[in-house]
Design a protein around this ligand. Structure first.
Ligand SMILES: [Fe+2]
Ligand SMILES: [Fe+2]
Length: 436
């Protein structure tokens, strides 16, 4: 009897192993790009069975079996594939293909890596900012569709996320359904992504060892993409041409017990060092919880938002940040260029707080002294709606809590144009900044 059971187990094991070897691995997620720098890229993908993954690059994607001139192969089998490609040239487009085991490389024109231009380069750059999107709503589809139409002739070079990327709890399966399944084809396989997390990605926890966000994404910790090394995937910066992008984290408690909104501690120390070291003309800072909002959240009543305003906005203003963009509130709100408004909404005084330098409405022309900071809430990429008492903000130039939308920044040398592309396909708000 015992012998027979052992025999059955033995035969079963042989059949199982034969089955796994004969099965062709299927890609169930990706490939998606991470930590794009001037000279490197990380490509990640997931397979249904463990395999050894491999990447090839080519210059000729139209040929079915294109010549592979740079390849990289994993050393051991896995379902979570992650390959770092080094020795790339800045500002260069590489077509890539991933394969598993004995499959062939299959290239196509939509699967490419575009490395970051050289630091300080004045060439045109397009950045797409999207917040509170992975909700599986009709609005998410409409915002995506209108953005795709808008960028049909010029795709975004860089993509920044403002948090609440996958509802409801930032679980891996929620990322699959509401993020990968939605953006894979048009963006994730060929766009340099620099995300930030929101409270829904943390699902109420404050420890980066827990949320799937940190397993799904590979983010620069050592200054690989520019800026001062942060030593953590929680927050980091990127030098994209002549734009310095800073991704902050409003959700995480650092090891020293501080949050960003405390205005001191690990993250704030790094932020100040990073801002002090920056020499690029444009600075865009992004994170989840906004210092000024009257949409689905209220910066007059919610402590973390109030503390962001009181403790952190003075840092942005001191270092002449151009634009601060956040999500969390499921609306669009854009303020005047302003300074020193750390009190409640009703305390906003245009004579005191607006510090603008402009030649016409929404056309800012600033010299080296800069101006105030423009604060944007762009949290209606999926979720949409909501308003608190006193909506719209007294400091708001334009607000919209009816339409969803996302934002495009076009930067060329010393000129920046920002457009909010609404879910109805229209550009419903825009402004420009010319630096002298
Ligand atoms: Fe949200
Ligand atoms: Fe949120």
């Amino acid at each position: 009897m015992k012998k027979n059971i052992l025999k059955i187990i033995f035969i079963g094991l042989i059949l199982m192993s034969q089955n796994s070897w004969s099965q062709v691995a299927q890609i169930t997620r990706g490939p998606y790009l991470q930590s794009i720098t001037q000279t490197s890229a990380v490509v990640r993908w997931r397979t249904d069975v463990p395999t050894i993954g491999e990447i090839g690059l080519t210059k000729f994607p139209k040929k079915r079996k294109a010549g592979v001139y740079l390849g990289a192969k994993e050393k051991s089998i896995t379902t979570e594939h992650e390959i770092l490609i080094n020795n790339l040239k800045p500002n260069t487009k590489y077509f890539y293909s991933v394969k598993n085991e004995n499959q062939e490389f299959l290239f196509n024109e939509n699967q490419f890596i575009k490395t970051i231009p050289k630091k300080g380069s004045t060439q045109p750059i397009r950045i797409w900012a999207l917040g509170d999107f992975g909700a599986g709503t009709e609005n998410q589809k409409l915002v995506t569709k209108s953005l795709l139409n808008f960028v049909a002739d010029q795709k975004p070079d860089a993509w920044i996320w403002l948090g609440d990327n996958a509802y409801d709890k930032g679980k891996d399966e929620e990322y699959q359904k509401n993020v990968f399944d939605v953006y894979q084809k048009d963006f994730l396989q060929n766009t340099a992504l620099y995300p930030s997390p929101g409270n829904h990605d943390y699902a109420g926890k404050h420890d980066s060892s827990l949320p799937p966000y940190f397993q799904i994404f590979t983010l620069p910790t050592q200054g690989e993409a520019g800026g001062v090394p942060s030593g953590t995937e929680s927050y980091y910066s990127v030098d994209y041409g002549n734009v310095h992008l800073i991704s902050l984290n409003t959700e995480e408690k650092s090891a020293d017990g501080t949050f960003l909104y405390d205005g001191k501690g690990a993250q704030v120390d790094w932020l100040i060092k990073d801002l002090e070291a920056n020499k690029l003309p444009w600075v865009i800072v992004y994170f989840h919880k906004p210092p000024y909002t009257k949409g689905s959240h209220d910066s007059d009543n919610e402590e973390d938002l109030m503390l962001m305003r009181e403790h952190v906005t003075p840092i942005f203003e001191k270092y002449k940040v151009d634009i601060v963009i956040a999500g969390h509130s499921h609306v669009y709100e854009r303020t005047y260029a302003m300074k020193n408004h750390t009190g409640l909404n009703k305390s906003f005084d245009p004579a005191k707080h607006i510090v603008e330098s402009k030649e016409a409405s929404n056309k800012y022309v600033v010299d080296k002294d800069g101006q105030g900071v423009i604060y944007v809430v762009c949290g209606s990429g999926g979720k949409v709606g909501g308003q608190k008492a006193e909506y719209p903000l007294k400091s708001s130039v334009y607000s919209n809590n009816k339409e969803g939308g996302s934002m495009i920044f076009d930067i060329k040398d010393k000129y920046l144009k920002a457009k909010w592309i609404a879910s109805n396909g229209e550009v419903m708000d825009q402004f420009s900044i010319q630096k002298k």
